[in-house]
Design a protein around this ligand. Sequence first.
Ligand SMILES: Nc1ncnc2c1ncn2[C@@H]1O[C@H](COP(=O)(O)OP(=O)(O)OP(=O)(O)O)[C@@H](O)[C@H]1O
Ligand code: SF4
Ligand SMILES: [Mg+2]
Length: 397
Amino acid sequence: MEAILRPDEQLRVKDLVVRFYTYEGIVKAVEKANLNLKKGETLGIVGETGSGKSVTALTILALTPLPGKVEGGSILFKRINGKVDDILKLSEEELVKLRGREISMIFQEPNAALDPLYRVGEQVAEAILSHRLPEMLDRAIESLKEELKNGNGGFSSKLQLWAYNEMKKNPDALKLKLVKKLPIIGKTISRKLNQVVRDEIIGLLRLMEIPDPERVVDSYPHELSGGMQQRIVIAIALACSPLLLLADEPTTSLDVTVQAQILDLITRLKERFGASIIYITHDMGVIAEISDRVAVMYAGNVVEVAPVIELFKKPLHPYTKALLEAIPRPGASFKSIPGTVPNLVNPPSGCRFHPRCPHAMPKCMKEVPELRRITKEHYVACHLYGGEGYGKHSDSD
Ligand SMILES: Nc1ncnc2c1ncn2[C@@H]1O[C@H](COP(=O)(O)OP(=O)(O)OP(=O)(O)O)[C@@H](O)[C@H]1O
Ligand code: SF4
Ligand SMILES: [Mg+2]
């Protein structure tokens, strides 16, 4: 049976289970996690360290780190061609098409994502050429035709035009490979394509509000500040207009002012590129600023999902309440959450939050609370509340 998503849905993670097989035992890192993402929406995922945020995001790209194993669930994703696929069932060949083109990811450390040995322009070019070569060839062909029509082109323009038309048919053709190896001719062939790609990169850097993009394109990453490096990483992630951008704490390593600029940039770019975003952070302030809806994770479970304003005004889960009370406020004393995040080799029985919960009841130690719907868009996994199970309501609701 073909997988189904609602018309406005981009992604649905259903009952995802991820475990790590380590010498210390089996780490039950993500246990029946559920979340969904609408088209063009920003979903914030928040939770303390070790709650399973990164493992969930990486698994959406089918990049669960070793020794992790996906042991249950599905990740339904609406592809660029409108078809819905379960990412966990895609072949490696399909995943290569998906990553970078349809889903891309930005991480906490920009310098880990950039290669110190290559210039910025080369690294952005790689993303563009690997996914958008036909479009770049079309632009180069148009420009060459224009040159020839205006009488500005000569043999070199004709040679490039021939090569690009051949490349459109088959970029790996032997004939082309041989011609590219010829001295001078090989260089001539790349000229217009290089120029078109360079123009595209400079345009993209300008969109990222990078000052002096003509200079930056030829710089090495270490010549740029952390904030500028993260803008380059975002440029690479958005170079192919992905449907979904996964951002895993992308501003944590930056200072507060730069952090605010990057958040602002991502919000504005979302409008322009129309991408859906999953934004991971442990910072409730960042969540308030960037999200449309929020999923709260605790010890491998999604414990609450709600629109951002509702979550801040009317949090239901005792853990969400504790997270909100722990936000530092001027004049108020800092209230940290008592206790520690549990060891996920032997997680607490029933509700994993019960050892830290002020409302724990005998039932909480025995039964795992299901994520239940309380109001139209508000879900919570806690025995204090009733409600319908996640995904059990009719699709027309
Ligand atoms: N490679 C690994 N090997 C073993 N356990 C792992 C591995 N990667 C993650 N885990 C475990 O999976 C759980 C979830 O980790 P994850 O990195 O998703 O947390 P997180 O919410 O992203 O935390 P943080 O806020 O610190 O980034 C943790 O208990 C962690 O120890
Ligand atoms: S299920 Fe019980 S222990 Fe868990 S959060 Fe709710 S009240 Fe607390
Ligand atoms: Mg993480």
